[in-house]
Design a binder for this molecule. Structure first.
Ligand SMILES: O=c1ccn([C@H]2C[C@H](O)[C@@H](CO)O2)c(=O)[nH]1
Ligand SMILES: [Zn+2]
Length: 133
């Protein structure tokens, strides 16, 4: 599975978004080290703070199926620039994915930004910080 193929999967995931409030559809596709792809879409709620982003949906879906080893994440939305993950997702991605893992951000125009987990959230709070004395 290459980058272009994972972007196709992210666009398919985007079609499943439940976004009655924002009408802003986001899709994510998470590639595991053994070649499986997990789809994620944003899922909103009338209690707005309960909205879940596409990126976290993909990660939580993989975790729920017992898969924790990831190779690449792709994100797509109808944005002017390649769709940037929100701060909450950056924090979750930084804990659940390898720091050097590729994250590919894109939009419907086909602009692509390739980055990494570490570059999305330098200096992230980590599990190790909990145990410092
Ligand atoms: O990278 C992003 C940015 C936003 N959203 C969602 C959250 C909310 O449902 C809507 C508007 O913020 O888009 C995502 O899923 N991923
Ligand atoms: Zn988010």
């Amino acid at each position: 599975m290459n980058i272009d193929q994972l972007l196709v999967e992210a666009k398919k995931a985007r079609e499943k978004a439940y976004v009655p409030y924002s009408k802003f559809h986001v899709g994510a596709a998470l590639l595991t080290t053994d070649g499986k792809v997990y789809h994620g879409c944003n899922i909103e709620n009338a209690a707005y703070s309960m909205c879940n982003c596409a990126e976290r949906t993909a990660l939580f879906s993989a975790y729920a199926e017992g898969n924790r080893n990831f190779k690449m994440l792709a994100v797509v939305a109808d944005t002017e620039r390649p769709c940037p993950p929100c701060g909450a997702c950056r924090q979750v991605i930084s804990e659940l994915c390898p720091g050097d893992m590729k994250v590919v951000l894109t939009n419907l125009k086909g602009d692509i930004l390739e980055t990494t987990v570490e570059d999305l959230l330098p200096g992230a709070f980590t599990p190790e910080d909990l145990h410092a004395k």
